[in-house]
Design a protein around this ligand. Structure first.
Ligand code: ATP
Length: 290
């Protein structure tokens, strides 16, 4: 097996409404997710024994809990159940560019990239729906990254419907270097949504173009913002600098601003980077992959 290189994109949530809590403890939600041109790069190579994760990012686990390693295990165990797998060992090098614990889905995207790369390499033993079902066992966002395009997700985020009603946007992402635990955010979520809000969330799009003024909403933002007020500061800054809209992605802590003009996004990025007060932040510019 020659070394296989694959790019795993980040995502942002353009719309995220929590519908309610399920008896199994998960939350039902309704979210619009879009991949971004900000990528981890993974290199898969055969050799040795077992699974080795090679990544110099301190926040990424190097053991079997790494989502990329779990994806490779699951794929090989399922497809070659009872037979000798075609590789006895696999090294996965991860060049981590997507910030970790930032609401940008980096771990899930790495897992999806491993699944479709191995599936392609071994002659596509699994269909796309089978691969997505396998991904759902690793994490709710993994099927979205296997689909690889904008999608409305329902259920726990795993039921997907492609969403072709997006216009081009450039996102300026601000990561305040605060790692947020998704589990903590859901634990602290206040579920007292009105019936009207719930109804609205279900019928919000109906084949219409995504509209920043009307649709940009994230029910998780107030929860994370309470613990990390910097999220509100970043939002205000992005809007003051001319973003058409600004919001936290997923459970945070990354905040994105949307710009129709990529040049404007670049000049705002430069202005924010030049301000010493923001020196703990990391900024990225990435087009939405529509
Ligand atoms: P989520 O909302 O799914 O938690 P996120 O985008 O906020 O996603 P990730 O960057 O995916 O956060 O990381 C979440 C946790 O997953 C981290 O704390 C990390 O320890 C673990 N993890 C496991 N595998 C990976 C991976 N390949 N890349 C990044 N994090 C990973």
């Amino acid at each position: 097996m020659e070394a296989l290189h694959v790019k795993a994109p980040a995502k942002i949530n353009l719309f995220l409404r929590i519908i309610g809590k399920r008896p199994d403890g998960y939350h039902d939600l309704h979210t619009l997710m879009c991949p971004l041109a900000l990528y981890d790069t993974l290199t898969l190579s055969a050799g040795g024994k077992g699974m080795v994760i090679d990544c110099d990012h301190p926040g990424v686990p190097k053991d079997e809990s790494n989502l990329a390693a779990r994806a490779a295990h699951l794929f090989l165990q399922t497809v070659y159940a009872g037979n000798t797998p075609p590789v006895s060992g696999l090294t996965i090098h991860i060049d981590k560019k997507i910030p970790v614990g930032a609401g940008l889905g980096g771990g899930s995207s790495d897992a999806a990239a491993v699944l479709y790369t191995l599936n392609d390499y071994f002659g596509r033993p699994l269909s796309r729906p089978e691969l997505m079902a396998m991904g759902a066992r690793l994490g709710a966002d993994v099927p979205f990254f296997i689909l690889g395009r904008p999608a409305l997700a329902t259920g726990i985020g795993d039921r997907l419907e492609p969403f072709p009603y997006l216009t081009p946007w450039t996102a300026l992402l601000v990561y305040p270097n605060e790692v947020v635990s998704t589990a903590w955010v859901y634990k602290n979520l206040n579920l007292r949504l009105t019936k009207d809000e719930k109804k609205l969330s279900k019928f919000h799009f109906d084949g219409r173009l995504f509209n920043v003024d009307e649709h940009l909403v994230n029910d998780l933002e107030p929860v994370t913002k309470k613990a990390f007020p910097v999220i509100g500061d970043i939002k205000r800054l992005l809007l003051a600098h001319g973003a058409a809209g600004a919001m936290m992605s997923g459970s945070g802590s990354t905040v994105f601003g949307l710009f129709a003009d990529p040049e404007r996004a670049i000049s705002v990025c430069t202005a924010l980077c030049d301000n010493q007060q923001n020196k703990n932040w990391t900024l990225y510019i990435a087009d939405l992959l529509i």
